[in-house]
Design a protein around this ligand. Sequence first.
Ligand SMILES: Nc1ncnc2c1ncn2[C@@H]1O[C@H](COP(=O)(O)OP(=O)(O)OP(=O)(O)O)[C@@H](O)[C@H]1O
Length: 266
Amino acid sequence: MTPALTTENSTEPVVDETQAAVRIDRVHKGFGRSGGGQPVLEDISLDVRPGEFVCILGASGCGKSTLLNLVAGLDRPTSGTIDVPGGRPALMFQEHALFPWLTAGRNIELALRLRGVPRTERRTEAERLLDLVRLGGSHGKRVHELSGGMRQRVALARALAQDSRVLLMDEPFAALDAITRDVLHHELTRVWSQTRLSVLFVTHNVREAVRLGQRVVLLSSRPGKIVREWTVDIPQPRRIEDTAVADLSIEITEELRKEIRRHGRD
Ligand SMILES: Nc1ncnc2c1ncn2[C@@H]1O[C@H](COP(=O)(O)OP(=O)(O)OP(=O)(O)O)[C@@H](O)[C@H]1O
């Protein structure tokens, strides 16, 4: 593992912008005894550049969450290496996983506390993050008072509170209705362009991948391998109904269908 650089007076990693933010090198993953079962992921190599937004696309069960968990350090590859030089990534899931007995603001403050932010600074920082996700004034709201979209905004603010350079997102908007999802795509693009985080975003929704990503990486099923990738040159902010988004989505869907048909014959 390449160590993150540190300055003499700080334990904060100083990230070399010429280095990949995430480096996945020849990763295999199997479950079962010593990982020896049928591989879920096979020979995955992928670099995410600093500030890059990459979408991992694939059919249900192809190993997208497994890959994200490996990058998050929640599990280890059977072989191969994963390197995240800037330190532990932040994570956001489909389920917001907020603590229901805490307010929106307190949920964020908890993440700040775990990061070591002094008590006196937490409130101001939580309010700044709520403003960033356009939930200013919601610090005292309980989780059950918030809509699904608002909860995911708080979850995003809490992920940002970790001050990581890499954000891993596992189908964070899959449970939302289409209109709310559309609004959150817009907000995420804005937050990403303001923070210049590296984002690895997992989805099975082709249009969502094309709407958000600078690169779309298609995984096959059983085992999950990188089949193809596309660079998305369409300028942001994009809309899901833009012709360019629709055209590329049709092309990618065709490839995805081929993969699903091929998998069905295996
Ligand atoms: N801990 C585990 N033990 C055994 N098998 C597992 C484990 N975790 C995942 N798998 C298997 O690995 C495969 C890939 O699962 P994974 O959740 O990564 O897929 P996915 O692409 O994220 O699916 P979805 O889009 O449905 O969330 C599945 O067949 C799953 O059953």
